[in-house]
Design a protein around this ligand. Structure first.
Ligand code: PSU
Ligand code: MN
Length: 307
């Protein structure tokens, strides 16, 4: 079993899988608590865990409850994350204060990747990463996801970065930070709600085994402990209509600016605005992307533990 930090609480399912070197997939909880409307969010949380199990891996949904960082939640704990209004949003910098004060919070990509890697997990599935926000020159708003992934050895299956962001600037930052990106069966970086952001990717792979091979090479090189992004597009048939996407996103960004929304509130506000303004179509595209990422992550975790 890989070395672990002693403050972490692992579910029995995750502990058993790690001990027996069976595949495990980490899942974040911010998407459940703050990224999806209730009560659908709880059903989605349960569905994602079921998809991981159907793929032969153990699901490890990560959250902090009463000051305890949990890797794998039971039913009651997942219900709390989905339904309790006092559950905060925790990036990795928030973990120490949350532990010390006994707080409860859902973990973003940065906090999930941090905790999962310390538990010895190597594969993580999410929807879209955080990144550089538009109007960065005014706000300097860049998600803590990027900096953390530059120094954490974990593979993150995502549908690119959220399209509410400045995608080219985010890709540039990932290059500067040295975070590797593999397009999964695509030569274009995915656009979260859209199958393509229009930006190219430098490397394309076609199978989970190829991804596991790149992970092994990362370890063999023994370089900086950076992540690997597996960029997996939402199927074209399930993407949001691109014209609708562009129109509604412009309205969302305008409203965000007019209301002076900043900091951690920006991403949940924009995602929620899009759900309402598209009559739920953005939610369906978001969920299709996450489901595809979770399925692929289970296959990558299986290929990784077979090595
Ligand atoms: N992907 C989704 N929905 C989400 C998020 C990602 O499909 O809600 C969350 C992730 O937890 C990500 C966070 O880490 O949004 C980024 O927030 P911020 O921009 O405040 O760093
Ligand atoms: Mn931010």
């Amino acid at each position: 079993m890989p070395p672990q930090s002693s403050v972490l609480a692992l579910s029995d399912e995750v502990r058993d899988a790690l001990e027996q070197r069976r595949p495990v997939v980490a899942l974040e909880s911010t998407i459940i608590a703050h990224g999806l409307p209730r009560p659908r969010n709880l059903r989605v949380g349960e569905e994602l865990e079921a998809l991981v199990r159907a793929g032969g891996a153990a699901p490890a949904t990560v959250a902090v409850l009463d000051g305890v960082p949990r890797i794998g939640l039971d039913k009651a704990q997942l219900e709390r994350v989905a339904g309790d209004n006092t559950v905060r949003k925790l990036g990795h910098r928030d973990l120490a204060p949350a532990l010390a004060t006994g707080a409860s919070g859902a973990t973003t990509v940065s906090a999930t990747a941090f905790l999962a890697a310390r538990a010895g997990l190597r594969v993580f599935a999410t929807g879209g990463l955080g990144g550089v926000h538009r109007r960065w020159t005014e706000t300097q708003d860049e998600s803590a996801d990027l900096g953390l992934l530059a120094r954490t050895r974990i593979s993150v299956v995502c549908a690119g970065v959220k399209s509410i962001l400045d995608v080219p600037a985010t890709l540039q930052r990932l290059e500067t930070l040295g975070v590797g990106i593999l397009g999964y069966r695509t030569e274009r970086f995915p656009g979260f709600y859209l199958s393509s952001s229009g930006e190219p990717v430098d490397w394309t792979v076609h199978t989970p085994e190829e991804v596991a091979g790149v992970m092994e090479a990362q370890d063999a090189l023994d370089g900086p402990e950076s992540a690997l992004l597996v960029a997996n597009p939402v199927p074209e048939a399930e993407q949001l209509d691109p014209a609708l996407h562009d129109r509604v996103l412009a309205e969302a960004l305008e409203e965000c600016r007019e209301r002076g929304i900043t900091g951690q509130a920006v991403t949940p506000f924009l995602l929620d605005f899009l759900v309402r303004a598209t009559g739920g179509a953005s939610l369906e595209a978001n969920l299709a992307a996450v489901r595809g990422n979770v399925r692929l992550a289970a296959r990558i975790a299986a290929a990784w533990s077979a090595r």
